[in-house]
Design a protein around this ligand. Structure first.
Ligand code: PMP
Ligand code: GLU
Length: 397
């Protein structure tokens, strides 16, 4: 019999829908996938070459648990340069992906019954990671009218004597919106006043359009920095999803606990991947601009394509590579054996009938929406939206 803890969680919806789409493809079905959030760009050559060099140099052994000093220093320099944040080596831990960093931090911070505030729509893994660590996720509903952002007032209403932390993700997966300085200042004030930790997942920071600037909540003042754990990684900015490397930076006592947890679970992240990550941070950065320009074109194309579909509306995201269209008008419709009672039925219907894979809003705590990743070709975006349009036109009340 599995543990009570394991019984509380479900598989990651993003990964399981992607697997289903890949399975269908392998069986010869022409599936277009907007399901998983990973850049369709290859890792830059200079980064790959650094890993090859590390392998050829025999850099194939265990490294220090929390990452090699050279990578920690490159991360410290990046946080200084991009985010105006100062950290020491004992305040940074490198793990096997930002997801792993987030998990380690959850292990390090939550005790049974601790409440963790999670604004919805949230990234799929936050609530389950809280549950796996015996905490209680407390959700805040947000709306399109406020770009799906949680206001300090809304957060304040959820704070109790058991609140331990707030998880923020900006730019957001799945909505693509980001917190500006004003909102962050209000949230920081609350966190300081109530002695809460802020887990600040900034993995999409480089993917912001129209010159929108990223501000890290930790950079606002020393008091909030003491309570913030910044999460970032290499998957999105450097198209390195398969390399499994991410990091956390925060107060030394929390990072020490994170390192201890890692030393008893996975040990160090892969040695030669760490060398590649040094090159990613220290080498030329033009790759990001090229990828961003391409994503920007696709963003506009997809959002205007979605808004041209009867009954669908989509506000223009300002970051990341997701569109989060509203499909509420289709709830309660159907055709043949299909009854669309929510976003999950909608995703299933589109997968089976239109061979388009996407993630239901329910996986992100936002019923009535679907998430589409536009980290895919223009051709797929064109064909995919046209399939969605046709499939939706068959639904009626
Ligand atoms: N946070 C968010 C918001 C994400 O979308 C992802 C993407 N998978 C991650 C963390 C984890 O990224 P990774 O583990 O690949 O570094
Ligand atoms: N973050 C990506 C997504 O949301 C990758 C999948 C995952 O890690 O869950 O699709």
């Amino acid at each position: 019999m599995i543990s009570e803890r394991a019984g509380k969680i479900k598989p990651s919806a993003t990964l399981s829908i992607d697997s289903k789409a890949k399975e269908m493809k392998a069986m010869g079905v022409d599936v277009i996938s907007f399901a998983v959030g990973e850049p369709d760009f290859d890792t830059p050559d200079n980064v790959k070459a650094a890993a090859v060099k590390a392998l050829n140099d025999g850099f194939t052994k265990y490294t220090p648990v929390g990452g090699i000093p050279q990578l920690k220093d490159a991360i410290i320099e990046k946080l200084r340069r991009d985010n105006s944040l100062e950290y020491m080596r004992d305040e940074v831990v490198v793990s096997c992906g930002a997801k792993h960093s987030l998990y380690n931090v959850a292990q390090a911070l939550y005790s049974p019954q601790d409440e963790v505030i999670v604004p919805a729509p949230y990234w799929v893994s936050y609530p389950d990671q809280v549950l796996l660590n015996d905490g209680i996720p407390v959700f805040i509903e947000t709306g399109e009218d406020n770009k799906f952002l949680a206001t300090p007032e809304a957060i304040s209403e959820k704070i109790t004597s058991r609140t331990k932390a707030i998880i923020l993700n900006y730019p957001s997966n799945p909505t693509g919106f980001t917190y500006g300085r004003n909102n962050l200042e209000g949230i920081a004030e609350l966190a300081v006043k109530h002695n809460l930790y802020v887990i600040s997942d900034e993995i999409y920071e480089k993917l912001l359009y129209n010159g929108v600037k990223h501000v890290s909540i930790a950079s606002l003042d020393p008091e909030i920095k003491k309570r913030t754990v910044v999460i970032n990684g290499f998957s999105k900015a450097y198209a390195m999803t398969g390399w499994r490397l991410g990091y956390a930076a925060g107060p030394a006592d929390v990072m020490k606990a994170v390192e201890n947890i890692q030393s008893q679970s996975t040990s160090n992240p892969t040695s030669f991947a760490q060398k590649a990550a040094v090159e990613a941070l220290e080498g030329p950065q033009e790759f990001i601009g090229r990828m961003l320009a391409e994503f920007d074109k696709r963003r506009k194309f997809l959002v205007s394509g979605l808004n041209a579909i009867d009954g669908v509306s989509c506000i223009m995201p300002e970051g990341a590579f997701y569109a989060f269209p509203n499909v509420k008008k289709y709830v309660g419709t159907g055709t043949g054996k299909w009854r669309i009672q929510g976003s999950s039925d909608m995703a299933m219907y589109l997968l089976e009938e239109a061979h388009v894979a996407l993630v239901p809003g329910s996986a992100f705590g936002a019923e009535g929406y679907i998430r589409m990743s536009y980290a895919t070709s223009m051709e797929n975006l064109r064909e995919g939206t046209s399939r969605i349009k046709e499939a939706l036109s068959k639904l009626s009340r």
